[in-house]
Design a binder for this molecule. Structure first.
Ligand code: ADP
Length: 251
C-alpha cells in the first residue's frame, strides 16, 4: 500500500535525535533533529545589560541562522529577511514559557544554527532552544514544543518534509515514478502549519499557516499537533533527565 514519500504513516513524525550540552562555552546547548533537519541552539546569559535596566524583566534575544551548506544549493551567508523574521517568530514562541521577570536587568541570548535543512527548521529550532534553555537554568514554567502539521493534497499529516511541503498533484501527474503518491495524498498542493505549544497549559504560542485549509481541517491539524507535542515533550524531558543524572553533567 502506498504511504507517504518516505514511508511514514500520516501521524508519524520523523526520527528525532537529541544531543545535549554540545557547546562548551554556552550556558546550555542542544541539537534537535527531525529526520534530516538539524538545529543547534546555544544559550548565553543571563548577563547584566544596560539594554534591560529600565525593564522589569530580562531581555531575550534570538538569532536564527541557516548555514550556507545546510541546503542542497549553497545558501547566501548574509542573513536575509527570512532569517530575521524567523528569529522574531522563534523568540515570540519561546517567551511565554520563560519567567523573565525573575531575572530583571539582564539579557539572555539564544543563537540557533541550522546545520541541515529539510523543512521544519523553525520548529526544530524551537525544540533545540527549549532544551538549551532548560539546561541553562533560565527560569521556565515548561518547555515549549514545536512541530509542523498540515494538509498535503487532501491528507492531514504531521511533520512535513521538504518534498511534502513542495507537493503539487498536477506536477506529480507528469512524474512516472512519483504519480502513485497522488493515490495517498489526493489532489491539490500543501498547506504547512508550524505550531509551538506549552504542553502543560495546552497553549499555542505559535501558529503560522502557509496555504489553504477549511476550519474543520485546521481543527483536526491542531488536535494532531497537540497529541504529537505531548509525545515530543516526553522524549525531550527523558533526554534531559538522563543527561542530568549522568556523568556528563558537572554542576
Ligand atoms: P521551515 O524550515 O521552518 O519549514 P520555510 O517554510 O521557510 O521554513 O522553509 C522550508 C524549507 O525550505 C527549509 O527547511 C529549507 O529546507 C528550504 N529553504 C528555505 N530557505 C532556503 C534557502 N534560502 N535556500 C535553500 N533552501 C531553503
Amino acid at each position: 500500500m502506498v504511504k507517504r514519500f518516505d514511508g511514514r504513516e500520516y501521524n508519524e513524525i520523523r526520527k528525532i535525535n537529541i544531543k545535549l550540552n554540545v557547546v562548551d562555552n554556552a550556558r546550555g546547548s542542544a541539537i534537535f533533529s527531525f529526520g534530516d533537519t538539524v538545529a543547534l541552539a546555544a544559550v548565553y546569559g543571563p548577563k547584566p545589560s544596560k539594554m534591560s535596566l529600565d525593564y522589569k524583566k530580562a531581555f531575550l534575544r534570538v538569532r536564527y541562522n541557516m548555514l550556507t551548506f545546510s541546503t542542497p544549493e549553497r545558501k547566501k551567508p548574509t542573513p536575509g529577511r527570512r532569517e530575521i523574521e524567523l528569529s522574531e517568530v522563534i523568540k515570540r514562541a519561546l517567551e511565554p514559557a520563560l519567567l523573565l521577570e525573575e531575572i530583571p536587568g539582564s539579557i539572555v541570548d539564544i543563537y540557533i544554527e541550522i546545520l541541515n535543512a529539510d523543512a521544519g527548521t523553525r520548529t526544530a529550532s524551537i525544540n533545540a532552544a527549549s532544551l538549551a534553555l532548560s539546561l541553562s537554568g533560565i527560569p521556565m514554567k515548561d518547555i515549549v514544543v514545536a512541530l509542523a502539521v498540515g494538509k498535503i493534497g487532501e491528507k492531514i499529516v504531521a511533520d512535513l518534509n521538504k518534498e511534502e511541503e513542495d507537493y503539487d498533484s498536477e506536477k506529480l501527474k507528469k512524474d512516472h515514478e512519483k504519480s502513485k503518491y497522488i493515490e495517498y495524498y489526493g489532489e491539490g498542493r500543501a498547506t504547512d502549519i508550524p505550531v509551538a505549544i506549552i504542553p502543560s497549559e495546552k497553549r499555542f504560542t505559535l501558529i503560522q499557516l502557509d496555504g489553504e485549509i477549511s476550519n474543520k481541517e485546521l481543527n483536526d491539524s491542531l488536535n494532531l499537533a497537540l497529541e504529537k507535542a505531548l509525545e515530543i515533550k516526553n522524549l525531550m524531558k527523558n533526554n534531559i533527565l538522563k543527561h542530568l543524572s549522568s556523568d556528563n553533567f558537572i554542576y
